[in-house]
Structures are given as C-alpha cells and as structure tokens.
Write a protein that binds this ligand. Structure first.
Ligand code: PCA
Length: 328
C-alpha cells in the first residue's frame, strides 16, 4: 500500500512536470528591456515589433516590452541578454564602444551625416557588427536610427571658441572623446537625467537629436539649437542565440520578418522626425540656426581626426568597413 502510494505520487508528479513543460513550450514569454521611454520613436518601433510577433506566433511566443529601463537599466541590458537573464533587448550601440571598435563607429562625427549615407554605412558595417555580436553568442535583429545629432547650448555658437571650457554631455566613449576635442569637459549623463543636469548646471551643452530635445522639453532649459547634423546613431535590438535557436523554425522566421519590418519602420521614422522635431523646437521658442562655415570646418576637422583614431584602433577590419562604405 505504501509502495503504491509512492508510485502514484511519483506518477502524479511526472504528469504535473510534463504538463508544466508542455504549457511552457506552448507559451514561451520573452521579456524585452528597452532603455528609452514610451514617448520615443524607438520604443514605438519596439512595441510594433513585439505586436507583430505576438500576433503571428500563434500563441507560441509572447514578447513583453519593458520600456525606459524599467526591468533592466540601460548599462546592464547588453550583459543581461548575454548571460540569458533575458532573451533579447535594445541598446544604444555607441554605449558599447569600449567592448569593440565596431560599436564606436556608430558615433563617429562627420562620416555619415544624412540618412542615405547612414544607411550605406550601416550596410557596410553590418558584417562586422554581426561578427562582433556572434562572438558573444548574440544575433542582431534590427537597428533603428535617431535623427542626426545637433548642438544644444545656452548661447549662440559661431565657432568652437564659444564652447571652450563648457561642460558637454556625453553618452558614449566616442562622444567623450568628441567633447575633449571640442575643448569642452565631457560629463556622462543618461537621457533620463538631461533636464535635471541642465537645471543644476551639471552640463552647459549637449549634442543629440531634435527628438531627444522634444522628448525632454528642452525649451524649458535651452535657448539655442545649431543644426550641425554630426552623425546618425542607432539603437539595436539583439537576441541571445542559444535562446533563439530553441524556437521552432516558423517562430524564428516570424521574429526575423517582424524585425525586418521594424527596421524599415525605424528608418522611415528617423527621417521623418528629424524634420518634424526640429520644427517643434522652433515652435517652442528655441532659436534654431544652421552652423557657420567656421564652426562646420572646425567640426569636420575633428571628424577626420576621429576617423583616423578609429582606424588605428579598428585595424584592417575597420579599414574594410570604410572601404565598403566609400565604394559606390
Ligand atoms: N538620443 C539619445 C541617443 C541619441 C539621441 O538622439 C540620447 O540622447 O541619449
């Protein structure tokens, strides 16, 4: 009797386990941390990606977006995906610059300053980007650009002399270097703290997109906006390959198709918002102006220094990316 009881209990337990793993298989849930808030186009793109997967994966996979660093903070997202704490996530590529020079390329100024060039640079750098991610057992799902990066300040900027000694916000290793070369002091401030950093004088100026200025209502703390169009950085969404490989082929394909659609949407939005958000800044009282010839030539000079520095760090694989970019 005792034996039977034990056996029945065991059977019952294995039925439970089977049931649990069958239902786990039937509805895998992926948590997807993203760094930026719901007001940004990046999170809108991420949400449409997840919605497409959720609608087409027929209940086999659900992706849940956790925006604005709510599940995992921006500096931790890359590691969380790598260590399989989460299956996928989104980061600003340039932040990872110290891990691999290919990530630095994303923030090099005056290399690709309009959307057509930025798309070509992306295509030229994609093999190296995929390779860098593959080394960490990660796969790229899609990228989504920000509008070109412009200069925010609290006085007119005719030349770099007007910025000399100011505290400049940086958001990546490359932008810290840029701040040095501009004769300013870099201060690393996450997007979420930008408004406060200006109001407490922790920073005096920043280079970022018109979208980020709109999202953070920069007219409350900024008077001047100079359209230097320095570079077009990207966010990327990537997954852990071991987790991805566990999905059946149809579900994998669903993800890849949704990712390709998200990428199209992100690039189209980046182009569109570059114009719309610059208008919004002006409508809210910020003085928007084109850079002077002097400022532009000083900045382009810094750009060529930074390309050279990048090439000496990235070596022959970096050279190959730039050649592919420059070959028509
Ligand atoms: N906005 C983000 C990254 C680039 C951009 O345009 C930020 O300022 O953090």
């Amino acid at each position: 009797m005792k034996f039977l009881n034990k056996r029945t209990a065991l059977l019952f337990a294995s039925v439970l386990t089977l049931g649990a793993s069958a239902s786990a298989l039937a509805e895998t849930r992926w948590d997807m941390p993203t760094p930026y808030g719901d007001g940004t186009h990046q999170t809108q793109v991420a949400r449409s990606f997840a919605e497409e997967v959720n609608a087409k994966a027929k209940g086999k996979l659900t992706i849940k977006i956790h925006s604005g660093g709510s599940l995992i903070k921006h500096p931790e997202i890359h590691r969380a995906v790598k260590t399989r704490q989460v299956a996928l996530g989104e980061v600003f590529i340039g932040r990872l610059g110290n891990l691999n020079p290919i990530f630095k390329l994303d923030n090099i100024p005056f290399l690709a300053t309009d959307f057509d060039s930025a798309e070509r640079l992306y295509q030229a750098s994609k093999p190296a980007l995929n390779k860098a991610l593959a080394k960490e057992n990660l796969i790229l799902l899609y990228t989504s650009p920000w509008p070109a990066q412009d200069l925010y300040s609290n006085k007119p900027v005719h030349s770099l002399a007007d910025l000399n000694g100011l505290k400049m916000r940086s958001y990546s290793p490359t932008t810290s270097r840029l701040a040095d070369l501009m004769g300013t002091t870099p201060v690393n401030i996450p997007f979420s703290d930008v408004a406060q950093a200006f109001s407490t004088n922790a920073i005096d100026a920043m280079v970022t997109s018109p979208s980020t200025g709109v999202n953070s209502q920069s007219w409350d703390y900024i008077s001047h906006f100079t359209t230097i169009h320095a570079w077009i950085p990207k966010n990327m969404v990537f997954a852990n390959k071991r987790i991805f490989d566990r999905l059946d082929q149809a579900t994998q394909q669903t993800i890849l198709t949704a990712a390709a659609n998200a990428e199209k949407k992100g690039w189209a939005l980046g182009r569109k918002l570059a114009v719309e958000h610059t208008d919004t800044l002006a409508e809210n009282g910020i003085k928007v102006s084109a850079p002077s010839t002097l400022l532009l030539s000083e900045l382009e000079n810094i750009g060529s220094i930074m390309v050279k520095e990048w090439l000496s760090e990235a070596g022959s694989s970096g050279q190959a990316v730039l050649e592919a970019y420059q070959t028509p």
